[in-house]
Design a protein around this ligand. Structure first.
Ligand code: FES
Length: 165
């Protein structure tokens, strides 16, 4: 029995799109905003759906996280328009400022989290705002025509913030 999972399941079970809603809500209410294996197993069993179906949902939608996430998420677009406008150097800047190393992290190549759990850096295929390339998102906020200088200022402001603010 798990209080959080039970209350979320009770809220949505039987409603249209229940599985997606339950997964979203459990992720939102879980520390470090992710779905662990225990949660997926519990949800599958109590929603009475095959575990394979739960996995196909969480792997299909990019907003589901299967690993703990940092307090702030920086998403760098790596689509063609952003690439030609310099998104790779911007990604390198973010990684360097946060002391993250793609080759040492051992994580998949699209998500890196600092060891203090303050920042997660991810890439995305396209934000759908190619005319404004290069595009970066910090948490829910989109920044267009990003430059190294603007990015450095943004990151410094975030790094200066108190934990969990
Ligand atoms: S390629 Fe970056 S917004 Fe489309």
């Amino acid at each position: 029995m798990n209080k959080l999972y039970d209350s979320v399941i009770a809220t949505f079970k039987g409603k249209p799109g229940a599985l997606l809603s339950v997964l979203e809500e459990v992720q939102r209410k879980t520390e470090h905003t992710y779905l662990n294996e225990q949660a997926l197993l519990y949800i599958a069993e109590h929603m009475e759906v095959p575990l394979s179906q739960v996995y196909s949902v969480v792997t299909f939608y990019s907003f589901f996280n299967l690993k703990p996430q940092g307090d702030h998420t920086i998403t760098v677009c790596r689509g063609t328009a952003c690439h030609t406008q310099g998104s790779k150097p911007l990604l390198n800047d973010v990684m360097a400022m946060l002391n993250l190393n793609e080759s040492e992290s051992g994580e998949d190549e699209t998500s890196f989290t600092t060891s203090d759990m303050r920042f997660t850096v991810r890439t995305v295929a396209c934000f759908g705002q190619c005319a404004l390339a290069p595009v970066i998102a910090v948490d829910e906020v989109i920044y267009s025509r990003m430059t190294s200088d603007k990015l450095a200022t943004l990151l410094k402001q975030l790094m200066a913030k108190k934990v969990n603010s």
